[in-house]
Design a protein around this ligand. Structure first.
Ligand code: NZQ
Ligand code: ZN
Length: 395
């Protein structure tokens, strides 16, 4: 086991009507003036935004709001939200929505107190990481990104088409309220995207070069058994509160660091997926399911026993031969994606099969012009990345 630190300070209130605790929690964590950030309108339609505003009123907390966050959150709106926070003299930002809204809130929280720095310079680490940000609270409406407890956020620079993640402990939300019933209004494809993302957050940590680490493995395997069984249930019956509860809690625990403690993480598929999302606005979960099988087939021989173990522990694959079990585990995972009606290749994504020139462009961007290797399980250079994209580039 490698040395590690674990810092997950988010105050969680989970369960039916949890959103009614928002005012109390905001007060508890010092809110006086709050900038609320939300997305394309689902929270207006459901009445959630109104209800949250009323709670802040009840606690005597001043507030204003900014909406319009799109899936694959954009840099420009995050900058605008940062300016709004400054103008309003907000001392807390409240995200009411999913990963894109929370990530916009995190970015605005950074930019509001680091006015002399360009947000994208902070994001791309052109300048040293800031040491302060406004606190961010969350009312979660979709289980997927795990941003409600994570130290990271992802923005797309719409001018360059580059989608990039950023991680820093000070942007972990200070509190999060999670009512699984808020997900009853989700379109089914968003449930499926979320379930894939949650599974992927654990898979990207599970395939690691670090051996040992039994407890972390057991936690990860338990989480993956839960998200695969309960995620499918929730997809098939989007009003199954119990299944949605499991999915929502899996979302937070899969990405707060717990399932990767004491080991190096990989996250290659996320980086390759972000290139597709930056270029085509592909939904995050779909970008991952479209690539994972190709990545897995390309790298599994680095440690076939690890893949076989995943298949046996998570999918109950009863095959003795290591190589056969490893391959069966990859196939079974792809079948799970299909059961969720999710794509398993680039050809099944909206823009379809791509030219080889485009594949090379994606690989060039992912590896910063072949200057960085991706991942740790089997570090991939630009030629490897081209090979993975090519393997996925079919119908
Ligand atoms: O915008 P509205 O109208 O609210 O609709 C949203 C949006 O269209 C809708 N939605 C959310 N909750 C709803 C609802 N519709 C009806 N009822 C509800 N209760 O769902 C759509 C998707 O929302 P979004 O916030 O984009 O989803 P998600 O949570 O999957 O977030 C995806 C973003 O998070 C990033 C992704 O890259 C992507 O940009 N990630 C963030 C991470 C992090 N911060 O730690 C890690 C992840 O790996 C991921 O990269
Ligand atoms: Zn993700």
């Amino acid at each position: 086991m490698q040395d590690f630190t674990q810092y997950t300070p988010t105050d969680i209130v989970f369960g039916r009507d949890a959103e009614k605790e928002t005012g109390r929690l905001a007060k508890k964590w010092g809110a006086e003036r709050v900038l609320i950030i939300y997305g394309g309108g689902s929270v207006v339609k459901s009445g959630l935004l109104k209800s949250v505003e009323q709670q802040l009123d009840k606690e005597g907390i001043e507030h204003t709001s900014i909406g319009g966050v799109q899936p694959n959150a954009r840099l420009a709106l995050a900058q605008k939200a940062g300016m709004s926070a400054i103008k309003f003299k907000a001392n807390m930002i409240l995200a009411v929505g999913g990963g894109s809204v929370i990530d916009t809130a995190k970015a605005a929280a950074l930019s509001a107190v680091n006015q002399d720095s360009e947000l994208w310079d902070i994001w791309t680490r052109q300048i040293p990481a800031p040491d302060c940000a406004l606190p961010v609270g969350v009312v979660l409406t979709i289980a997927a990104a795990g941003s409600e407890m994570s130290d990271s956020a992802v923005l797309t620079n719409e001018e360059t088409g580059k989608k990039k993640g950023f991680s820093l402990d000070i942007i972990r939300p200070i509190f999060a309220v999670m009512d699984p019933a808020l997900m009853f209004t989700l379109p089914k494809d968003q449930i499926a995207c979320g379930v894939v993302d949650i599974l992927m957050h654990t898979l990207e940590r599970y395939f690691t070069p670090v051996e040992g680490n039994m407890l972390t493995d057991e936690i990860a395997e338990g989480l993956m058994r839960t998200i695969t069984t309960q995620g499918l249930k929730a997809y098939q019956n989007p009003s199954d509160y119990e299944a949605l509860s499991e999915v929502m809690w899996c979302s937070s625990l899969s990405h707060n660091g717990l399932t990767g403690l004491g080991r190096a993480n990989d996250f290659t598929c996320h980086k390759l997926g972000h290139e597709l999302s930056g270029m085509f606005d592909t939904p995050h979960g779909a970008s991952l399911s479209a690539l994972w099988g190709s990545w897995a087939r390309y790298v599994y021989q680095t440690d076939p026993e690890r893949f076989a173990n995943y298949g046996r522990k998570v999918w109950g694959i009863d095959i003795e031969d290591t190589d056969e079990a490893a391959q069966a585990a990859i196939k079974r995972t792809e079948q799970f994606f299909r059961d969720l009606d999710m794509p398993t290749c680039i050809g099944e994504l909206r823009p379809g099969v791509q030219t080889d020139d485009l594949i090379k462009k994606l690989a060039d961007s992912a590896t910063d012009g072949d200057t960085v290797k991706l991942g740790t399980f089997q570090p991939l250079d630009m030629d490897d990345v081209i090979a993975v994209y090519r393997m996925a580039n079919h119908r």
